[in-house]
Design a protein around this ligand. Sequence first.
Ligand SMILES: Nc1nc2c(c(=O)[nH]1)N[C@H]1C(S)=C(S)[C@@H](COP(=O)(O)O)O[C@H]1N2
Ligand SMILES: [Mo]
Length: 159
Amino acid sequence: MHDHQHDPLRPHAHDPNPEPPHNDPTFVVVAPDGRTFHVTPEMLRAWPATTAEECFIVSTGHGTSGPFAFTGCTLPTLCAALGISASWRIAEIVSADGFGTRITAEEAAPDAPIGPVLLAYDRDGAPLSRRDGLVRLIVPGEREDALRQVKWVARIRFL
Ligand SMILES: Nc1nc2c(c(=O)[nH]1)N[C@H]1C(S)=C(S)[C@@H](COP(=O)(O)O)O[C@H]1N2
Ligand SMILES: [Mo]
């Protein structure tokens, strides 16, 4: 029974959604000054790539999968490509099925202990399918419950 409103940025452990909410992998980026951008996987592929080796998706209900090598863009790379100032402190990342997490600027740094945090489009050198989560947020150091491994990123807001 739910006695509180669902907050996508504070999901509780649950059965992961296996089906993409829709087929368009385009996501919206909102800059701190309110400018918005539409970003496609093709745009991400044109920007500097980062690979995170030895990633695991740890599902509390369905066990662990991996290790995987995920490739994608870091949040600082995304911001540089879009001309968003590096002075943001928090990124709110929400999927099309209402699932999300917050990434701090410290966590987003490419050399952060929890990272490199990625907007991933490849897994083990092959394109992620939409069903696999394209575009998927990968937080390599999260090994508890996969609640930050957000599939189908739909909106990123930098604060
Ligand atoms: N958009 C979205 N991302 C999500 C979820 C979800 O329901 N929707 N479930 C999370 C949970 S609880 C798990 S265990 C993993 C499952 O990832 P997998 O489908 O790659 O195994 O995705 C995470 N990311
Ligand atoms: Mo999960």
